[in-house]
Design a protein around this ligand. Structure first.
Ligand SMILES: [Zn+2]
Ligand SMILES: [Zn+2]
Length: 496
């Protein structure tokens, strides 16, 4: 089974390097010299679709479709996103619109729909849509491959590059929009596909799922980690890929992106003997709940308590993603986020009690962290990051927190009052890149705002640093998974 991963969408030409490389085109194969240049075409017009809340039965989707069509007369259909995995569905259905010409048109439509619907839409059928860009199936522009001195080797709508020893994409982006963002030469096995993209050139890597997983476990963490941890990480990654395949990038010609949005994947240079071993030892093993693949999310450091799915993404509350304390200590009852954040609870991801190995030094500052901003500095930051012009900020009010203390809604009070919803939007608003997490408190000292926080990432599902420490303390992969995904069974889902 192959998986298609977006590596980049460049708006400029870039270089690739590979020996014995050939480009497969409808007219035949073209031999590609060791170093060459790929040129962008102009961006193709992108269509947008609107997705309503995803539903877990076709019957629910049909009911919502009927209700929406009856109330609005809109042109809608039901889809089951993602391909079938060995004949088994991924357990969700969407009601989607026909494509629009622009994101703005799609947004206007979704607002219109929201206005016309009755307030009493049944719970699970809450309207919680999202926009999806849709690449046209037959882009009119070509991409071109040239020698380094500018001679055209081939030009086509889709070029698929094959090279037995792998292909290096020069200066590919790593960690986009995060504080570790940089460019790096990355090597990939499998097929590199280039085609017109939203920005210019879309680069996709098509590789066998298991090889992808071997790279993900070391790209996400480190191949030096204990094998039991790498196995747990691989199973979680396999499960979440299978549970969401085709959902995160619906309408786009790839299954996943290679950034933090889906799963970090930086090619075969990151594959280590141990990461390969972890993938082989767990081949096919997947977490399943109630006959459906579990969406086994994970994040770097929970901070002490794990968050629920519905506080971060949409209205979905699977029993295997619980807001539980990341043990082994006594259950921590979070009464006051302020004292929780200044406390040092007995949880697996606490580096003071369970020291991280040297190769994870970089993660230590994110269990508990703080930032200090002057009033003007914070107002400027909000303006550049979100476009919000709060001018003088007089107060920031927390409206709602999730079970892990993560803020999911807050209000900034300045000359105007502005509400920010969503943990990721909140993390983006208060930092040039992202705050480590949205579990924080804000205090005012003099004219300054002091932000004190806990954890790194959304906090849903497996806490990677906690899981690593569990493995260092001698826990097995099965014990780690049972701790982070209670009620999910481990099965060889793809076995016939
Ligand atoms: Zn993605
Ligand atoms: Zn944790």
């Amino acid at each position: 089974m192959n998986i298609r991963v977006k590596l980049a969408d460049f708006n400029h030409k870039f270089e690739i390097s590979a020996s014995n490389c050939s480009a497969r085109l409808p007219a035949g194969a073209v031999s590609i010299p060791e170093n060459c240049v790929v040129e962008p075409s102009l961006p193709e017009k992108i269509g947008f679709r609107y997705r309503f809340f995803h539903l877990h039965s076709e019957n629910e989707a049909q009911k919502l479709l009927n209700l929406l069509i009856h109330k609005t007369g809109a042109d809608l259909t039901i889809v089951q996103p993602g391909e079938k995995w060995d004949g088994r569905g991924i357990g969700r259905w969407w009601v989607i619109s026909e494509p629009f010409n622009s994101a703005r048109e799609a947004r206007t439509f979704s607002e219109e729909i929201a206005r016309r619907l009755p307030a009493n839409v049944p719970g699970r059928m809450r309207i919680e849509g999202g926009l999806f860009s849709e690449y046209p199936p037959h882009p009119s522009q070509n991409v071109r491959i040239l020698t380094k001195d500018g001679k055209e080797l081939c030009s086509d709508k889709i070029i698929r590059l094959h090279a037995p020893a792998g292909i290096t994409v020069k200066q590919a982006p790593v960690g986009e929009t995060f504080h570790w963002e940089h460019l790096e030469d990355l090597r990939f096995s499998g097929i590199i596909e280039i085609r017109p993209g939203q920005n210019g050139i879309l680069i996709i890597n098509e590789i066998p799922l298991e090889e992808y997983l071997a790279s993900v476990n070391s790209s996400e963490m480190s191949a030096h980690a204990p094998l039991e941890f790498l196995k747990a990480q691989t199973i979680a990654a396999r499960s979440t890929v299978a549970a969401t395949k085709g959902c995160h990038h619906y309408g786009e010609p790839f299954d996943l992106c290679n950034g933090d949005h889906c799963q970090c994947y930086y090619g075969v240079s990151r594959i280590h003997e141990r990461s390969q071993e972890a993938a082989e030892l767990t081949a096919g093993l997947t977490l399943v709940h109630d006959g459906v693949i579990a969406d086994a999310r994970y994040a770097k450091t929970c901070g002490g308590v794990m968050e629920t799915f519905d506080n971060v993404w949409e209205n979905y509350d699977p029993p295997y993603l619980r807001p539980k304390f990341d043990g082994p200590g006594q259950d921590y009852l979070m009464e006051d986020p302020g004292s929780y954040i200044s406390d040092s609870p007995d949880c697996w991801c606490n580096p003071e009690l369970y020291p991280y190995p040297d190769y994870f030094d970089y993660a230590k500052p994110y269990f508990r962290w703080n930032f200090r901003y002057g009033n003007q500095e914070l107002a400027h930051l909000l303006k550049t990051e979100t476009g919000i012009d709060a001018s003088e900020i007089s107060d920031i009010k927390i409206l709602r927190r999730g079970k892990s203390g993560r803020i999911v809604s807050l209000k900034i009070i300045g000359e105007k009052e502005i509400k920010i919803d969503g943990e990721l939007n909140i993390r983006r608003a208060f930092s040039e890149s992202h705050l480590p997490s949205s579990c924080f408190t804000i205090e005012r000292t003099g004219g300054d705002f002091i932000i004190k926080g806990a954890g790194w990432g959304h906090g849903v599902g497996m806490c990677q640093m906690g899981a690593l420490n569990m493995s260092l303390a001698g826990h097995t992969c099965a014990e780690i998974l049972a701790h982070y995904y209670p009620e999910a069974e481990l099965v060889d889902f793809f076995k016939s």
